[in-house]
Design a protein around this ligand. Structure first.
Ligand SMILES: C[S@@+](CC[C@H](N)C(=O)[O-])C[C@H]1O[C@@H](n2cnc3c(N)ncnc32)[C@H](O)[C@@H]1O
Length: 268
């Protein structure tokens, strides 16, 4: 038996159903709590992880004693996060909301994304709204960390038709692969058609194909949006915290909320 499903809703609806179930088993690289400790130690807590998904690295950070809350648009991913926290005996607070419109009852010393999920905001209006929400939820002098990526199209081209595989505890074959892709250079958007498969030992398969749409910004473009949202002291580093090389395809934006917090950023 095979179940096929066309692409679901908007970008935040991508991580639902079978895709949410297969997300972690098929990850090529897991977010690690260690990569965020220097930021949290420097910027302080309470902290908020946006697009926390299934709880990597949120649950580990909370288990280490950091006061971090999570936010994600996908109920299915948050359910997995809560299940992971329960299995580890950890209490986590998570909010089901979109990062471009969230409104929470408290303010944070730091707000961050673990991985480049900000690029799932596929237009400038949503990106600017999200930066406004982040700014508005930071305490005066609080900091944001936002990893970003510019796709390397030659590399993506070579991946068409390639599948990554894993085996579940139940002996199922799990696969994800790139079916096709389309680039919109004017809008700086990349649409990847991804195919997820779960094949049982008896040969029954579930198949889901969805469009994974991402947007990219250069460092100057992103710096402009951060400053428009009210951030000052904007800088870019490479993923290990070193100086970002001009034209790098992977970089991390670090920005501080102006200490007076009286700028034009969204109030909550
Ligand atoms: C690649 S996963 C990252 C999950 C986790 N941070 C990790 O490293 O494993 C991307 C997450 O972003 C969430 N997401 C996508 N668009 C979103 C939006 N507009 N607002 C909030 N969350 C969003 C998805 O639901 C998904 O859980």
């Amino acid at each position: 038996m095979s179940r096929r499903e066309k692409s679901a809703g908007g970008p935040s609806q991508f991580y639902t159903g079978l895709v949410a179930e297969l997300y972690e088993p098929l990850l090529s690289e897991r977010s690690r709590a260690e990569d965020y400790l220097a930021f949290l130690d420097g910027a302080g807590t309470p902290a908020l992880e946006l697009a926390c998904g299934s709880g990597l690295p949120l649950v580990d950070l909370v288990a280490r004693g950091y006061e971090v809350e999570g936010l994600d648009a996908s109920r299915d991913m948050l359910d997995r996060c809560l299940a992971l926290a329960k299995s580890r005996g950890v209490d986590v607070t998570v909010y089901e909301a979109e990062m471009q419109s969230f409104s929470l009852p408290r303010r944070y010393r730091s707000i961050f994304l673990a991985g480049a999920s900000f690029i799932l905001l596929t237009n400038d209006d949503d990106a600017r709204a999200a930066l406004g929400r982040i700014h508005g939820h930071l305490e005066p002098g609080g900091s944001a960390l936002i990893p970003l990526e510019i796709p390397e199209l030659r590399y993506i081209e070579r991946q068409v038709g390639h599948f990554r595989e894993a085996e579940s505890d139940a002996g199922e074959r799990l696969r994800v692969g790139l079916v096709s892709f389309e680039v919109d250079h004017d809008d700086q958007c990349l649409t990847r058609r991804l195919r997820y498969e779960r094949i049982s030992a008896s040969g029954e398969s579930e198949v889901v194909e969805r469009d994974w749409i991402t947007r990219w910004w250069t460092e100057p473009q992103f710096e402009g949006m951060l400053r428009d949202a009210g951030f000052d002291a904007v800088r870019f580093v490479d993923p290990s915290g070193g100086t970002s090389v001009a034209g790098a395809s992977v970089f991390v934006a670090l920005a501080r909320n102006a200490a007076s917090n009286t700028s034009g950023g969204a109030s909550c």
